[in-house]
Design a protein around this ligand. Structure first.
Ligand SMILES: [Zn+2]
Length: 305
């Protein structure tokens, strides 16, 4: 009996250690993966999966979707950036279940998560924040949400099969219409682009200080597993640490740009002078750091509405 207990404990410790030893990066090669490993489907827990495919561009990192399988259909959170890529997601879902896709939640309105949406079956119900609906309605060359899309300004709960699903607006973050999908029974929170796992805070359309508040709310929900819209799907303990780390990254970016603003450094000079320490190693830092500095300046200058 003693022996059995020791073995069980050893297994538990071992599983935990392997989760902790994963390479913390958005870069598939540094992670020890091959480019041919993607796209891929990851089982988060029974009936809850993520699908990871590469974002467009030379710097490889994943755009990550979540799907929830129930005996009354499937809910998908976010799509990929092109019709063939989102077709890949639809096909991957069909490999897991014969249940039809019933709902698609547009957690981020950006093209890398919506441009492939016409690959979803006709008749799915789209769920979207009114701000994101307005952005997509007005944007040139974007996928357009249908007129019967369900608008969620704050919170919307639905039951699909036995699964309780909450669609939540945690506040303006990366797009202004950011929605998250919570599975309260399983303590899983899909944060879409409110959480970029080891990807430099991308602020082209962001509300920097409000993003921090959204992250506060996400952490206060005390989920077991947080899923990012870009970067890898992590095990629960790693996902919680990485959400904290991402929160610190957004704080650091705002602090550095604010320091330069307070010192009276003109914005384009600040772009050159800004130092982001360890975050300058993160995916997309080169392209996103200047954009972030300009966006924090715009907020400080009260140019964001
Ligand atoms: Zn994105």
């Amino acid at each position: 009996m003693f022996r059995t207990a020791v073995v069980a404990l050893a297994v538990a410790v071992c599983a935990d250690a392997s989760a902790q030893s994963v390479v913390r990066t958005a870069d598939p090669i540094k992670r020890g993966l091959k480019l041919t490993d993607f796209p891929r489907t990851i089982k988060v827990t029974n009936n809850v999966y993520t699908y990871e495919d590469f974002h467009a561009g030379d710097e490889k990192f994943t755009t990550t979707n979540m799907f929830v399988v129930t005996d009354e259909g499937v809910l998908v959170a976010d799509g990929q950036g092109s019709v063939p890529e989102t077709k890949g997601l639809v096909d991957a879902i069909a490999k897991v279940t014969s249940q039809p896709i019933k709902y698609v939640v547009i957690c981020s309105d950006h093209g890398d998560h919506t441009a492939g949406n016409s690959a979803f079956p006709a008749g799915v119900t789209y769920i979207i924040h009114p701000t994101s609906k307005a952005i997509l309605d007005l944007a040139a060359n974007s996928w357009k949400p249908p007129a019967n899309a369900v608008l969620v300004p704050d919170r919307h709960s639905l039951k699909l099969g036995a699964e309780e699903i909450d669609i939540i607006f945690l506040g303006r973050a990366h797009t202004g219409g950011d929605l998250s999908v919570s599975l309260p029974r399983r303590k899983i929170l899909f944060l879409s682009e409110t959480f970029l796992n080891r990807v430099f805070p991308a602020m082209r359309s962001a509300y920097p200080t409000e993003w921090l508040k959204a992250l506060d709310r996400a952490e206060a929900m005390k989920a077991d597993v947080y899923i990012a819209g870009h970067g890898f799907t992590e095990s629960g303990p790693v996902s919680r640490e990485e959400l904290r780390e991402y929160h610190k990254a957004v704080e650091a970016v705002i602090a550095e740009a604010t320091r330069l603003h307070t010192a009276g450094v003109p914005v384009e000079e600040a772009v050159k002078q800004a130092q982001f320490g360890r975050y300058s190693e993160w995916t997309l830092s080169r392209s996103q750091a200047p954009i972030a500095v300009r966006r924090v300046y715009a907020e400080l200058d009260k140019k964001l509405q």
